[in-house]
Design a protein around this ligand. Sequence first.
Ligand SMILES: Nc1ncnc2c1ncn2[C@@H]1O[C@H](COP(=O)(O)OP(=O)(O)OP(=O)(O)O)[C@@H](O)[C@H]1O
Ligand code: SF4
Ligand SMILES: [Mg+2]
Length: 350
Amino acid sequence: MTLPCAAPIIKTHDLRVYYPITRGALRRVVGRIRAVDGVSLSIGAGETLGLVGESGCGKSTLGLALMRLAPATSGTAYYLGEDPPVDILRARGNDSRRLRLAIQMVFQNPASSLNPRATAGGSVAEPIRLNRLASPREVNGRVERLLTMVGLGAWHGRRYPSQLSGGQRQRVVIARALALESRVIIADEPVSALDVSVQAQILNLLNDLKAAMNLTYLFISHNLDVVRHMANRIAVMYLGRIVELGPADEVCTAPRHPYTETLLSAILVPDIDVQRARRRIVPRGDVPDAAAPHEGCPFHTRCLYAKPRCEVEVPLLDEVSPGCHVACHLAGELTLAGIDAQYAPRGVKP
Ligand SMILES: Nc1ncnc2c1ncn2[C@@H]1O[C@H](COP(=O)(O)OP(=O)(O)OP(=O)(O)O)[C@@H](O)[C@H]1O
Ligand code: SF4
Ligand SMILES: [Mg+2]
């Protein structure tokens, strides 16, 4: 079942990305890592969908699959922002170009995203030139406007990445992503490599740009605290699967999946008394090997609430209340700890 949302702009169905594990000189395939394991979801036009989960759960791979930078093993993914829709996984020729213009990605590390030998202005100008979106005389003016939009001056455009701070570099990366006037931005850990003081500036910038340009974001982070500040809806990922999806404030105040509860319990709230009264919920053991999935619920080896049924039966992602989807046999029976409502409803309203 594909998870619904208002006017989807991207829709996936049962999307899987399995990376081969190879051995020996002949690179014999001896196994597969199930990085994305049957993801069906929609991203609504103009929304920020937060994608959260611990390291290695497949967040980046899902983003890369939508950019066609990771090969999908099976399933479907469509871009619905144009008529006719574009089949992301099979697009060729003109459809490929339409996708390149429509969907852009901002990566975690701005230093490695930029060519060290190109000036900031040169990096922003490159996609405009390559896609012939402006005449040679117009390019400079367009680059200057983009730099202004991300809070930089024309003089920053003449500097090389090594002459810019981490926050300024990430602004250049964002300007370059906006250069093609894309409608969808996949932001993969866009602030994780930055100082805490700069993180808030970049998050605010992303929110301002979204409002000004009617952008749609897939906002990826391992940090639920960051995601809840950005997202309208949150999808929680575990071992390649979506285990909970719903409106940001509901997921944060009234989680329904035990894994979401553990992520929420790690968030620090600013009121010291409230924080002291909260309990850190640590899942048992380590994350299982994505190359050797076990039977039953993918979370059962770590879940504090697991029942015998959980060891043999995979829970499906069911709609438990309007817009809220959970993959847990005990959804609705458990009372799980969320963030106090006064700290939670921070997500941008649709
Ligand atoms: N190119 C690749 N080849 C083989 N395995 C890969 C490749 N890229 C990722 N993986 C594996 O796929 C799984 C998912 O990786 P992915 O990078 O998508 O996770 P993530 O959720 O983005 O993690 P992080 O929060 O650390 O960025 C991991 O087990 C990882 O080791
Ligand atoms: S299905 Fe069982 S093991 Fe899985 S999250 Fe729910 S209670 Fe835990
Ligand atoms: Mg990643």
